[in-house]
Design a protein around this ligand. Structure first.
Ligand code: MN
Length: 501
């Protein structure tokens, strides 16, 4: 995965010629100063690039077209230092196919009470110019983020950083290829969806392969590279001695061979995400568990049982959270803990495929039988998950639109050891509580599969949903079930009518 520093956010200041060259010179100097300051902010992970102040429709159109054509540009940050009559923004904003964010700020923090005159007022009128710019965005029905506050405020930089993370994920999603080995599993409904609609709306393509295509690559893996990877396992994880003997050892080597084959397949086809299914393992004698865990850790999106929507979502979440402490994983709501006293919790896990980026300790490598599916015993990493705030997100296909559902959660310590449970897991209390959260999730049609993250925030995902133009629902501390049901009804109406608005 590319470092976020490889991407640029262009800082565009609008003005006009009314005020004369001296004022425009000052506008350019101030804007450059702000752009450089933001570029140096450790809250903003991408580069912030100053672009010359725009004062005519032609200049605006030119910079918007240049942004469209530059693959490193993830979007624009627009600010009106002075007034900038917004009719001149129509052509540019209409042509722009990258996200933009409206930074509603002002160069100076405070009014210079004793010196302020009309020259100062004319130079520093974003309070007025940004409203004109805002009107044209709204008039054009453009979804954009408005961030308000002084540019030196930490909160403003934080919001810009959050938005830029969503914008990089959005750029990454355009042209993303998802490899899908086998089809959807066993008539599951929620993992289905319209792949053509997804490509139109979200930019990624889902490419289907037979498991035999993967088998061909796995068969070409050399014994030497298997040896090397097994050594790497023993260095990176706790590996019980018994596992390095006899039958288990050959299963471990098989897991390594699978990982190398899968990685080779994904790298050579430029894939960013993939799905598997244990319904059809033609030619593969164990379900890839360890391989999926390790590939996720390296930034690949993953969805089990043919779940391409979650695979792509996990990849986008990996990009959003890139470089921040904490992890992101494919996850599944598995089992409940419903004590009479104390918080009701969800035990999240999957049969094998939980990403070790969320682990609270060094994972242990184990080989156990698979409880369902009747295949050979697969290798997997076992660990507990770091406690603290996190979220789950699910992307579903509503037929006429995609809906992203987010639930903020608190990961809590496991009450007692679970020595017989052979999978990595996480225990959490959903917000505001299980009763409301699970009801809201179910009313919204959220899946059992999710993208789980300790680093991605609700704001990042909401920004991403706005860029994609998809519906987004949040379940958190403020969720009231009656209001939530109203939002669902209103959204049904809105998304049926939105194309005509
Ligand atoms: Mn599943």
């Amino acid at each position: 995965m590319n470092s976020l520093q490889a991407f640029q956010m262009w800082f565009i200041t609008g003005s006009q010629h009314l005020y004369g060259p001296e004022t425009l010179k000052q506008v350019a100097e101030d804007s450059k100063h702000i752009a450089e300051y933001l570029n140096d902010s450790d809250r903003i992970p991408v580069k912030v690039i100053f672009k010359p102040v725009v004062t005519t429709p032609e200049e605006i159109l030119a910079v918007c077209k240049a942004a469209n054509n530059d693959p490193t540009c993830i979007g624009l940050v627009c600010w009106m230092h002075t007034f900038s009559p917004a009719k001149m923004w129509i052509a540019g904003l209409t042509a722009l196919n990258k996200p933009f964010c409206h930074l509603h700020t002002q160069f100076g923090r405070e009014i210079p009470w004793s010196d302020i005159d009309m020259d100062f007022m004319n130079l520093n009128q974003s309070a007025h110019g940004d409203r004109e710019f805002g009107f044209i965005g709204t008039r054009l029905r453009l979804d954009r983020k408005v961030i308000v506050g002084h540019w030196q405020d930490e909160a403003v930089q934080q919001q810009l950083g959050t938005w830029s993370r969503a914008a990089v994920a959005w750029a990454d999603s355009q042209g993303m290829k998802v490899a899908r080995f086998g089809d959807n599993m066993r008539d599951v409904a929620v993992t289905e969806g319209n792949k053509v609609s997804a490509q139109i709306q979200l930019g990624y393509s889902i490419n289907g392969y037979g498991v035999g295509d993967l088998v061909k690559v796995v068969e070409q893996v050399s014994e030497k590279s298997v040896d090397e990877l097994v050594t790497c396992y023993t260095e990176e994880y706790e590996v019980p001695k018994a596992l390095l003997q006899t039958r288990s050892y050959s299963a471990l080597r098989e897991a390594a061979r699978l990982e190398i084959g899968l990685r080779t397949f994904l790298e050579s086809g430029n894939f960013k995400a993939f799905t598997t299914t244990f319904e059809d393992l033609h030619g593969i004698n164990q379900l890839p568990g360890l391989a999926c865990q390790r590939l996720m850790k390296d930034g690949y999106g993953f969805g089990a049982e043919g779940d391409w929507k979650t695979a792509a979502l996990v990849r986008s979440m990996k990009v959003m959270g890139s470089g921040l402490p904490g992890g992101t994983s494919f996850m599944e709501d598995y089992t409940y803990h419903l004590p009479e006293k104390g918080a009701n919790c969800v035990l999240g896990a999957h049969m094998l495929e939980v990403c070790p980026s969320i682990a609270s300790e060094k994972p242990t490598l184990q080989i156990y039988p698979l409880s369902i599916g009747g295949k050979a015993d697969p290798a997997r990493l076992l660990f507990n998950t770091r406690t603290g705030p996190a979220l789950n997100a699910s992307l579903i296909d509503m037929g006429n639109r995609f809906r992203l559902i987010i639930n903020e959660i608190e990961v809590v310590p496991i009450e007692k050891p679970m020595p017989k449970l052979p999978v990595a897991q996480a225990l959490w209390v959903p917000k505001p509580n299980l009763k409301v959260a699970a009801a809201a999730w179910i009313y919204a049609g959220g899946a059992h599969h999710t993208g789980f993250s300790q680093v991605v925030t609700t704001e990042m995902l909401r920004d991403f949903a706005d860029m994609a133009g998809i519906e987004c629902l949040t379940i958190n501390d403020r969720t009231d079930l009656l209001e939530f049901k109203k939002e669902l009804r209103f959204n049904h109406l809105y998304y049926s009518l939105a194309k005509g608005l």
